[in-house]
Design a binder for this molecule. Structure first.
Ligand SMILES: [Zn+2]
Ligand SMILES: [Zn+2]
Length: 344
């Protein structure tokens, strides 16, 4: 009797285990194994992308394993069979966390966590224009001083060349002898100014570009200020104003402030058509209308009227503006870099 009872008890236990077992079984009546645990590793990180890799989550039942990837709580891909994923469009220098979820298609899921930090934003290329400062040495109108990585120019803005805008008593007075048959002298004259530019010696492309203002936007190598391509507010073209440009293509405004809007032919005659002509207040240099013996046209330049290439003064290459013989002459949509301060 005892033996019989023991047998019965054993049978009851076995049946109970079988019932329990069947509760965790799939439709085929066989227990499903979830994919094995796996590891995620981090590959290349840039300021806006990241690549992750993971080991295969082997499924003991031989089920095909697919993966889903979540980043910061959002599923970014699913049902992939590969063992890598690349995130794009990320924000620089930011912490991210996520999971890779391996699924066997039968309800078995295994997840592995990862985290990474995107790379810091790379700063724009910056240049060093210190070597160009000597071009301003010995220029009567100009003095300059360096402080840290900035330079401050002070100019009297008095031209070192002839003009019909000088007082007739001045030795540099010269009646108009240019080639413009529509020449028409404006009522202004040349008087001494006190204009300062403080600008960086390490110009770099600005993330957000700013339009050039009316008035001085840069300093040419004889101390005369550059103006932009407009005659006045609301982008008035130079069309009529050009007729008041003297034989060196400059003229004074109503404040007796002499300036160049277009190619300063005195400087080009003095230094050549490929020469350095001055600086805009963002610290980037201005060159003449020729490069490597070829005329530069607007088509060679970007929207700001510049490009990057080697120049005589910067053989390693630098961003620079060109004065061309067509509108907008010197500058287009604004400063490529960040303008310094100008007082006048
Ligand atoms: Zn003007
Ligand atoms: Zn160039």
């Amino acid at each position: 009797m005892k033996k019989n009872q023991l047998f019965k008890t054993r049978c009851t236990l076995l049946i109970a285990i079988a019932i329990l077992y069947s509760c965790s079984s799939d439709d085929y009546g066989v227990a499903n194994s979830t994919p094995a645990s796996f590891l995620v590793s981090i590959g290349t990180l840039t300021e806006n992308s990241a690549t992750i890799f993971w080991t295969a989550a082997v499924d003991a039942d031989g089920d095909t394993v697919r993966y889903a990837v979540n980043l910061d709580g959002t599923e970014v891909t699913s049902e992939i069979s590969g063992l890598t994923y690349s995130f794009v469009g990320l924000t620089a220098a930011t912490d991210f966390t996520g999971t890779v979820v391996a699924s066997d298609g039968k309800g078995g899921n295994t997840s592995a966590a990862f985290s990474f930090t995107s790379a810091a934003a790379t700063s724009a290329v910056s240049y060093d224009i210190t070597s160009i400062l000597s071009k301003f040495d010995g220029i009567e109108a100009v003095s300059y001083s360096v402080s840290g990585n900035t330079v401050t120019f002070t100019t009297t803005d008095l031209p070192n060349h002839t003009s019909p805008y000088w007082d007739t008593s001045n030795s540099l007075y010269e009646a108009y002898n240019g080639t413009n048959s529509n020449w028409n002298q404006n009522p202004n004259s040349i008087e001494e100014q006190n204009i300062t530019f403080t600008m960086t010696l390490n110009p770099a492309e600005a993330t957000t570009k700013s339009a050039t203002p009316l008035g001085p936007i840069g300093i040419s190598r004889n101390g005369i200020v550059f103006f932009n391509q407009y005659a006045g507010p609301n982008n008035q073209p130079l069309t009529n104003e050009i007729n008041s440009f003297d034989q060196w293509l400059g003229h004074p405004n109503g404040r007796a402030l002499y300036h160049y809007h277009i190619a300063p032919t005195f400087l080009i005659d003095s230094f050549g058509e490929e020469a350095f002509l001055g600086l805009l207040s963002d610290g980037f240099p201005v060159y003449g209308p020729l490069e490597n013996g070829a005329i530069i046209t607007n088509a060679d330049l970007d929207d700001f009227h510049g490009h990057t290439s080697a120049t005589e003064d910067f053989p390693e290459g630098i961003y620079h503006y060109h004065i061309t013989n067509e509108d907008p002459y010197l500058n287009g949509n604004g400063f490529f870099g960040t303008a310094g301060t100008i007082t006048n």
